[in-house]
Design a protein around this ligand. Structure first.
Ligand SMILES: C[S@@+](CC[C@H](N)C(=O)[O-])C[C@H]1O[C@@H](n2cnc3c(N)ncnc32)[C@H](O)[C@@H]1O
Length: 164
């Protein structure tokens, strides 16, 4: 795992999201918006494959999507995502998480709307593209956000409150 970028408002990780999510504090992000590998492949999974997948394994569907073989990551990821989500939170200026960031489209939308952003992808080439797109995105659209570390005990602003 490598931190490719961190300026307090945007943090980009190059690595497996399972490892990165395990290292994140509980209840530390407001929202997860993501687009995971969706299992387009040439191989129909067997019942045994599906049972193993639901038990925590990856699903190798013989995928060839956009020139890469992407395994469907285990459903166990969503337990970790749920753990890092702050219950009941949806404040302006909060943090949006995309654990399958790809080229960073979610990050562009998040930062343009004044949210902080945490993006994770295991492919170095996509992290580089996302970094160029998000950090290089027209700063005119980005509202100022306080450059500070996110912590689980950071107070949740009341709805309608401007980002600090
Ligand atoms: C469908 S693409 C996301 C596309 C993205 N919405 C965009 O704007 O380009 C899924 C991404 O998940 C990444 N990925 C797959 N498994 C991963 C894992 N275990 N950890 C982190 N990233 C992973 C892939 O490298 C790929 O870039």
């Amino acid at each position: 795992m490598r931190v490719a970028h961190d300026d307090g408002a945007v943090t980009l990780y190059e690595g497996d999201c399972r490892e990165v999510l395990r290292g994140m504090a509980e209840a530390s992000v407001e929202c997860c918006v993501t687009d995971p590998p969706y299992g387009l492949g040439t191989r129909e999974p067997t019942v045994e494959n599906l049972i193993a997948y639901l038990g925590g394994g990856d699903l190798d569907h013989g995928g060839d999507f956009m020139g890469k073989d992407w395994q469907m990551p285990s459903v166990a990821i969503w337990r970790e995502v749920y753990r890092v989500l702050r219950p009941g939170a949806h404040p302006p200026g909060g943090t949006i998480l995309d654990p399958f960031m790809g080229s960073g489209t979610t990050g562009i939308a998040a930062t343009r709307c004044g949210f902080k952003f945490i993006g994770i992808d295991r492919e170095p080439e996509y992290v580089a593209i996302a970094q160029a797109r998000i950090i290089g995105d027209a700063p005119l659209f980005r509202r100022p956000v306080k450059p500070s570390a996110r912590t689980a005990d950071e107070p949740t602003p009341t709805p309608g409150e401007a980002p600090k």
